[in-house]
Ligand binder design. Structure first.
Ligand code: F0G
Length: 454
């Protein structure tokens, strides 16, 4: 186990370096808080050897396709299958994997009809092993944590990161420490961390308070931090975009829409798109747009009120607890990729989120509330004519329906907006409350007949 010190270098893969996003300082090592030693800003991973010899795009496409027939663990991973664009590992068995990635791309015909955008798809990251996109980043970061010899990994979380981290730590033979806001994460996510063996602390604060504490903790204790401040996480999450483009046969969609919380995922997808263009896998960029909940709209306000020059933090409040974040760590990275791709940033209301979630559910797909902001945001972007009806749109659904059953049950029972103004008829029409009946044939047939008429 490394000594308890902030100067402990984190293992550096041979093919890449760390670069500070603010001052551009390049280094071969990062300290445990993954902050630039010179100016304190965030680090990203860069691949200097691409300057002399870029990977060949058609070779990459054919190697990645061939690996789909392979039975080795690294190739069965929908993340490591794309390893030419990831930090290098020395040998395959060192990878900590649960066969993450490999998530489906679904058409959404009913939502297409609702939004008036016929070519509408969902890339369902909720189909990952622990039920969220976090697994795509966790496999990479956990692999490098183990390689660096860490016995403990830790994160602050609104629930999904902690579920994923706990699972990958367990698979990699490491212990995990979870810091979550007390009473503000769903039982499903909490139960995952417990079952996977994490030491789970419910702190009397919000997510932002948990993350602040973790940043101090990693400077004092020999734990490896697995939040998305850790740039290895974002490298793994890049593969969401790689796999998506492969599924579209490298035909670039016009728009990709993602939810925004701590803003690691939007940053990762944007980095992937820029790198794909750099190595010639795609000829141009799709517009990458970020949608936030109205009550947790730090990036929206940062771009509108401060022109993206400083963070406008907020006191976050939303029932989409996964994105209940007021002080997003990766705001600068996200603002940059929005600018580079020409994407938009929008906010949606609690009612719009609930309605969109039920509409995605009615497609037989389902997702957690934070993921549904994408569909709600698409409606706004269509209204603003930022998205045109003849364009191709991909929504990134970040988490599984089963991640937050309380939200879904409250919605269908009509308890989500009880007493609140404005739960519209559109929302009411989507509700399917459970019906308690006497166990008789007549009673069930009567319900069936009523349902047929409605
Ligand atoms: N969707 C879901 C389901 C999430 O769990 C998160 C973040 C996001 C979207 C937002 O992604 O933070 O990269 O902008 N969840 C974190 C967690 C913060 O701790 O699980 P982001």
């Amino acid at each position: 186990m490394p000594p308890s010190s902030s100067s402990v270098p984190v293992v550096q893969p041979a093919n890449s370096r760390f670069r500070c996003i603010a001052c551009g300082d390049l280094s071969d090592h990062a300290t445990q808080n993954f902050r630039c030693a010179r100016c304190g800003d965030l680090l990203e991973i860069t691949y200097p050897h691409w300057q002399e010899a870029k990977p060949d795009a058609s070779d990459l496409k054919s190697v990645w396709r061939k690996r789909r027939l392979s039975l080795s663990a690294v190739d069965l991973s929908g993340v490591w299958r794309f390893r030419e664009l990831l930090p290098a590992i020395e040998n395959d068995p060192e990878v900590v994997t649960l066969h993450e990635g490999n998530t489906p791309l679904y058409e959404l015909p009913q939502c297409a009809h609702i939004t008036g955008v016929p070519r509408l798809f969902a890339k369902h990251q909720g189909m990952n092993p622990t039920g969220s996109f976090k697994d795509t980043g966790m496999t990479v970061a956990a692999t490098f944590a183990r390689r660096a010899g860490f016995r403990w990994v830790a994160c602050a979380s609104t629930g999904n990161t902690s579920a994923s981290m706990a699972a990958y730590a367990a698979r990699g033979g490491m212990r995990s420490l979870v810091l979550v806001p007390d009473g503000k994460i769903s039982w499903s996510k909490l139960s995952q961390a417990l079952d996977y063996g994490a030491v789970t602390c419910q702190l009397r604060t919000d997510f932002d308070g948990c993350l602040r504490l973790l940043q101090e903790l990693v400077l004092r204790a020999p734990v490896y931090q697995l939040n998305s401040i850790n740039p290895f996480r974002l490298e793994g999450q890049k593969t969401i975009a790689l796999e998506l483009l492969e599924q579209l046969d490298w035909q670039v969609p016009d728009h990709i829409i993602v939810p925004g919380g701590n803003l690691g995922n939007s940053s990762a997808l944007g980095k992937a798109l820029l790198e794909m263009r750099e190595v010639g896998l795609i000829s141009h960029l799709p517009k990458l747009s970020v949608i936030q909940a109205e009550g947790a709209n730090a990036l929206v306000r940062t771009l509108r009120e401060a022109k993206g020059e400083r963070l406008v933090s907020v006191q976050a409040e939303t029932r989409a607890t996964a994105i209940r974040i007021g002080n997003p760590a990766s705001w600068k990275k996200a603002a940059r990729v929005l600018e580079a791709t020409g994407g938009a940033c929008e906010q949606v209301s609690e009612i719009e989120i609930a309605q969109a979630k039920a509409e995605i559910g009615a497609e037989g797909i389902g997702c957690e509330p934070a993921s549904a902001v994408t569909l709600a945001g698409l409606k706004t972007l269509v209204q603003r004519r930022f998205v045109k009806p003849d364009e191709t749109v991909v929504l990134v659904l970040t988490g599984n329906l089963l991640k937050d059953p309380d939200f879904t049950i409250d919605f269908h029972r009509g308890e989500l907006f009880k007493g609140a103004e404005g739960a519209s008829r559109a929302v009411e029409r989507l509700r399917r409350p459970p019906i308690v009946l006497d166990a008789t044939l007549d009673a069930v047939i009567q319900i069936l007949e009523q349902a047929e008429k409605s």
